[in-house]
Design a protein around this ligand. Structure first.
Ligand SMILES: [Zn+2]
Length: 174
């Protein structure tokens, strides 16, 4: 199981690497570890590999949001296209003080998702609503973007002040 990286760790802004050989041991064991990490954090909707403490994270996300608890959705090399509609909704992130921080983020309502499953079989489907939001959040992670960067400047300023305050309080405790 991997530790979750916390904002403002610069590694959150480093894009994950594309998987070139799905059967490589390092890819398969990362997927197993991500699933174990997801199980360990029942409040997490999903994880992107590069928000976890891996030296060389791959472009992989595991999502159990809205899924049967025992079979999370595994997306390898996900790519989004055909974005339509919009929806502004509350979002939070396991890497950004999930119990204290969260805010409204504007996302597309519907996206087409192309990816591979863990056996290398191509997936191609339309995601809507909550699942679409979740996948957009995770693909952002894989590209080095945290949801804070999607906030309006005013909302970002407000949440950044909160984060700074919390970090100051934490360093005082040390
Ligand atoms: Zn997140």
């Amino acid at each position: 199981m991997a530790a979750i990286l916390s904002y403002p760790n610069p590694r959150l802004h480093k894009p994950a690497q594309w998987v070139t050989d799905i059967h490589d041991k390092s890819v398969q064991s990362m997927i197993d570890d991500m699933l174990a990490t997801l199980k360990q954090h029942p409040t997490a909707a999903a994880f992107a590999a590069n928000q976890l403490d891996y030296a060389h994270p791959y472009r992989i996300t595991t999502i159990h949001y809205g899924r049967d608890k025992h079979s999370p959705l595994i997306l390898v090399n996900p790519e989004l296209s055909e974005h339509t509609g919009e929806r502004t909704e509350y979002e939070a992130c396991m890497s950004v003080y999930p119990n204290e921080c969260g805010d409204e983020v504007k996302r597309f309502f519907r996206v087409r998702v192309k990816a591979l499953d863990r056996e290398g079989k191509p997936l191609d489907f339309i995601a809507e609503d909550y699942l679409a939001k979740c996948i957009q959040h995770e693909v952002d992670h894989l590209e080095g973007i945290v949801y804070l960067q999607r906030l309006t400047p005013m909302r970002f300023k407000r949440i950044k002040q909160k984060i700074d305050k919390m970090q100051k309080a934490m360093s005082r405790k040390k």
